[in-house]
Design a protein around this ligand. Structure first.
Ligand SMILES: Cc1ncc(COP(=O)(O)O)c(C=O)c1O
Length: 480
């Protein structure tokens, strides 16, 4: 079928603009128009990336106000694709935060390495539905390979199954669904078939500083956001081993590898052997921290987490895969499959691994391809280098801020720094001035009762020069 005969040409600019979907354009001119559009999009994207260094890191109030141009009713008829792209680039691009650059330190946000970004472009052109092997052999296979690489990088047991999802929230959900299945099956209950009404109770244990995405996942699974036992934590936010309650075969114990504020790791080596012996299911939220396992220098923090039953992590944080990419890993393949698979006559089951048997979705983007490309490009040493370099940058921030007289609240073990500039009001005012200054972007938090600025160095793109420039801006605004 030619592009013109699909009515596609209507939306493309050509020398002979059509007036209806049935206009008699040749397929060749429609293809030329598409090629020109994609080249324009690539040019705009490259200009955007090249301009990141010179623009304010946070979107300005003016650029956000400019977004209003994009409002309005849905036009009654088509708009030329070039005009749509122009609107996006003219008004959308300036109203983004420069997360793809080297000086965005908010939340825990990685950039996108060139290979991951290029793969994302190609994946969009492929437009694959990565549900099943039959819908996309390339997506299915590349995802399978990438998951094995992730397992190896994180030092997890052979045979561990995985799922590529949108982020750590969905990874926590997927892994905890497997946990729910396994523990209730053991208790003689088929939770997928019969739901939770009348099911034997499960106990879920979390640390006091559990990430809210774990609680959200528990809520979605009917296990309750509040129906958890919260274990007190120490001065870095780590679960206190001496405060652990009784564990048994009806317990899901949620550990954390990388506290979103401090970067601290729960003491897995001290907790996991006894938890395993008691028959508890150990789940690890390691959205970014688990990747420390890829570095010979930082691996020590992840010791013991390999004894868990399931793990959640993100590709879009430390591996810099670009949004969005999360990964769930489950030691017991059958538990994950039982929780996630669906069957229908039209969904052929072959010999190959079926991606949708392990994830909440059926139709899905082929984000495993981007994961494959990003990891293939980094290799083991590249992944270790990102962990080491960004953690080194975090130490430099901490040292520079301390030297300027400000209080660093956490032990900087990986890539997270919490700094207080004095009273809560002074700290919040400093953050507001820093965001307005535009050199870099940091957000705020309240951690263990203290108001702080968070610095999360997660992007491959951050250089020493970015750190020095940002440090100088932080000290300048703090002294104003
Ligand atoms: C420890 C931890 N868990 C879970 C999440 C949620 O990750 P996502 O936003 O990818 O769902 C985060 C996000 O920063 C996190 O730091």
């Amino acid at each position: 079928m030619s592009l013109a005969s699909t009515g596609y040409a209507l939306f493309m600019s050509t020398s002979r603009a059509p007036s209806s979907p049935h206009s008699s354009l040749t397929g060749a001119s429609a293809i030329e128009a598409r090629t020109a559009l994609l080249k324009r999009a690539a040019r705009d994207a490259m200009d955007y990336l090249e301009g990141l260094d010179a623009r304010p890191v946070g979107a300005t109030a003016e650029s956000i106000a400019g977004l209003n141009v994009l409002r309005g009713p849905l036009p009654p008829g088509p708009t030329r694709a070039e005009a749509v792209l122009h609107l996006l680039n003219e008004y959308g691009s300036p109203a983004t935060h420069a997360m793809a650059g080297g000086r965005y330190f908010g939340h825990v946000i990685g950039g996108s390495t060139p290979a991951a970004l290029a793969a994302a472009w190609l994946v969009s052109a492929w437009d694959q539905n990565a549900a099943r092997f039959v819908t996309s052999p390339a997506a299915a296979l590349l995802e399978e390979i990438a998951l094995e690489w992730v397992r190896e990088l994180l030092g997890l047991p052979a045979g561990t199954e995985g799922a590529v999802v949108t982020g750590a929230t969905m990874a926590n959900l997927s892994a905890l669904a497997a946990a729910r299945h396994a523990l209730l099956t053991r208790a003689g209950w088929d939770v997928e078939a019969d739901g939770l009404f009348g099911a034997p109770p499960l106990t879920v244990i979390v640390g006091e500083e559990v990430h809210p995405s774990v609680l959200k996942a528990l809520g979605l699974l009917g296990l309750g956001r509040n129906r958890v036992v919260r274990v007190p934590v120490d001065a870095q936010g780590r679960m206190r081993t001496d405060a652990l309650p009784h564990l048994d075969g009806r317990t899901i114990l949620c550990l954390q590898a990388g506290n979103v504020n401090t970067g601290a790791f729960d003491p897995a080596a001290a907790i996991c052997p006894a938890a395993r012996a008691a028959g508890a299911w150990i789940h690890v939220d390691g959205a970014f921290g688990l990747w420390a396992a890829a570095s010979p220098e930082y691996r020590k923090w992840t010791k013991g987490f390999e004894l868990a039953d399931s793990w959640a992590t993100d590709g879009h944080k430390w591996p810099n895969i670009g949004y969005d990419c999360g990964i769930a890993l489950v030691r017991d393949r059958e538990a994950l499959r039982a929780a996630m698979s669906i069957r229908a006559a039209y969904l052929a089951v072959g010999e190959d691994r079926e991606p949708s048997d392990y994830v909440p979705e059926l139709s899905r983007r082929a984000r495993g391809v981007e994961l494959w490309a990003g990891l293939r490009s980094l290799g083991r040493s590249g992944m270790a280098e990102i962990v080491e370099r960004t953690s080194g940058h975090a130490k430099r921030f901490a040292a520079g801020l301390k030297a300027a007289g400000y209080q660093v609240l956490n032990d900087v073990v990986i890539n997270q720094v919490l700094v207080s500039f004095g009273s809560p009001e002074k700290t919040l005012a400093t953050i507001a001035r820093l965001q307005a200054d535009g050199t870099c972007w940091c957000g705020s938090t309240v951690w263990q009762g203290q108001t702080a600025m968070r610095i999360s160095v997660s992007s491959w793109a951050t250089t020493k020069a970015d750190v020095e420039l940002s440090l100088a801006a932080m000290i300048k605004v703090a002294q104003e």
